[in-house]
Design a protein around this ligand. Structure first.
Ligand code: CTP
Ligand code: MG
Length: 224
């Protein structure tokens, strides 16, 4: 099955608080985005035909010039204000039967996670997300910090990317123009598309906060 990967990399990284958009921050000698693209082009057995990288409009030309040559086609387009706007922009340039959406901010995602997502797509699931069991106890609180209830964590999963879709399912998920969600499967669920969870991996963590960046830089030392 032909596959494309959309990499949303157009966020500004407010929670990280660096002097540039998160995808362009250096992690041990390579940008977050370059590492993420490399993790896809270098993944054994992951046969990707096209990668669509979605970046802030003013960084499109620079990204085209700076991303290393790869075996597959790499297309760079401008994103939008919300993550879902950026994915929608990428979707317009994606090709093939399967489309994966993978955060630029998860540079150490193991190839085995991609493989599990693609295997479930091949098995016929229209929408597949990697997820991890939640290890902390979860409590719902009110606005004063009072505990309302302890939530049963056994039923919960922390969801990562790559999120994989049969192309027609992702197009349906994104058909509602103004829809916003923190992940792509959230839109699929709203469109009535069944979503399944496969095993994620702690290494697929998302760089969100300064602590995450310190972890990523420490990991990079043992990575290359
Ligand atoms: N993203 C995007 N377009 C946006 C917002 C987010 O392409 N308008 C991308 C980010 O670049 C990132 C991924 O979506 O790779 C996950 O989003 P998040 O971790 O929230 O990144 P930011 O939005 O950049 O961070 P923050 O919310 O802290 O500003
Ligand atoms: Mg964000």
């Amino acid at each position: 099955m032909s596959t494309s990967v959309i990499i949303p990399a157009a966020g500004s990284g407010v929670r990280l608080g660096e002097d540039r958009p998160k995808a362009f921050v250096d992690v041990g000698g390579a940008t977050v985005l370059a590492r993420t693209v490399g993790s896809i082009t270098g993944a054994p057995g992951l046969d990707v035909d096209r990668i669509v990288v979605v970046v802030p409009g003013e960084l499109v030309e620079r990204t085209r010039a700076e991303l290393p040559e790869a075996d597959c086609e790499i297309v760079v387009v401008a994103g939008g204000a919300e993550r879902s706007d950026s994915v929608r922009a990428g979707l317009a340039h994606s090709t093939g039967e399967f489309v994966l959406v993978h955060d630029a901010a998860r540079p150490f995602t193991p190839s085995a996670v991609f493989a599990r997502v693609v295997a479930a797509l091949r098995a016929g699931h229209p929408a597949v997300v990697p997820g991890l069991p939640v290890v902390d106890t979860l409590k719902k609180t009110d606005s004063d910090g009072g505990v309302v209830v302890t939530v049963d964590r056994a039923e919960l999963r922390a969801i990562q990317t790559p999120q994989g879709f049969h192309a027609d399912a992702l197009v349906r998920a994104y058909a509602g123009d103004g829809d916003v969600a923190t992940d792509d499967a959230g839109l699929a669920e709203r469109a009535g598309i069944p979503v399944v969870v496969v095993d994620g991996d702690p290494d697929a963590f998302k760089i969100t906060t300064p602590w995450d960046l310190r972890l990523a830089r420490a990991m990079a030392k043992g990575w290359d």
